[in-house]
Design a protein around this ligand. Structure first.
Ligand code: 0L1
Ligand code: MG
Length: 262
């Protein structure tokens, strides 16, 4: 690690405050060009600790930048990993308050819920499917704290991979009843289909994103516990939303989930 504990604490406090106050900032590597990957995840861990100290609970994990569409949109080549706390969770069909956010975008995702622990290294699609209780549709609302979504990978990891809100809904089904690669999705905004795709857009198979998360955690001496909700990453590019928009994700065989932006 390149940054000392006080600097990591200060950066976590800064990014946490930006989220709480819905204000943007320049990417943190501008001030700390020497920070490394461990520093980036250590800042993210400190943001989680700050939230937990406020009484919030960890309710899920996420993989981001797992599709070629997202990687191309953001000009990067590797997935990133983050967490969801209970202040991010919205009810299916419920309201997402844009005044609490900076410049929200939505991503259509497949959510996994595990029934057994997943521990890397060496985790693979088969192990993920064997450990999956069910999958269901999920919409992630991302809201980078960085001005104009301009960041590099280390800055975005520190910023908990732009996580802001999410909803899951529709019909939960066992993963072995579905071919998650050919599973079709349609994202609608205000009744118009604005993005389409299939599960294979996410690393060839959405379960590969969960395996990558387990392998990432394994390198840090951690695992994905049984009963964890995981967002496996946007299947398409993220779509910008604003107050007044209504977004619905329809997933083949899994029904739909939606949000209203107010
Ligand atoms: O969940 C995601 O794919 C977001 C990763 C962070 C990059 C971004 O803000 O788009
Ligand atoms: Mg996402």
């Amino acid at each position: 690690m390149k940054l000392d504990a006080a600097t990591l604490d200060g950066l976590a406090a800064h990014l946490d405050a930006c989220q709480l106050e819905a204000r943007d900032t320049l990417k943190i590597t501008d001030e700390h060009p020497g920070m490394d990957w461990e520093d980036a995840y250590a800042i993210q861990d400190r943001i989680l600790a700050r939230k937990q100290a406020r009484g919030l609970r960890l309710v899920g994990l996420k993989a981001g930048l797992t599709s070629f569409a997202k990687m191309k949109q953001m000009g990067v080549a590797e997935p990133v990993f983050g967490f969801m706390s209970d202040d991010y969770l919205l009810p299916d069909g419920g309201e997402c308050r844009t005044a609490e956010l900076i410049h929200p975008k939505v991503e259509p995702e497949i959510a996994f819920v595990t029934r057994a622990e997943l521990r890397g290294p060496g985790c693979h699609v088969g192990a993920v499917l064997a450990a999956t209780d069910f999958v269901l549709p999920g919409i992630e609302v991302i809201d980078s704290r960085y001005r104009d979504f301009k960041f590099d990978l280390k800055s975005v990891i520190a910023d908990n991979t732009s996580a802001a809100r999410f909803v899951v809904g529709g019909q939960a089904r066992p993963a072995d009843e579905l071919d998650l690669r050919t599973l079709g999705i349609v994202l609608e905004k205000n009744g118009q289909a604005v993005a389409f795709g299939a599960g294979a857009a996410v690393l060839g198979h959405p379960a590969a994103a969960v395996a990558a998360l387990a392998n990432h955690l394994g390198r840090r001496g951690q695992s994905i516990p049984a009963g964890t909700l995981i967002l496996s990453g946007g299947i398409t590019e993220a779509v910008a939303v604003e107050a007044g928009d209504h977004v619905t994700l329809r997933v083949q065989g899994l029904g739909s989930t939606s949000l209203r932006f107010v």
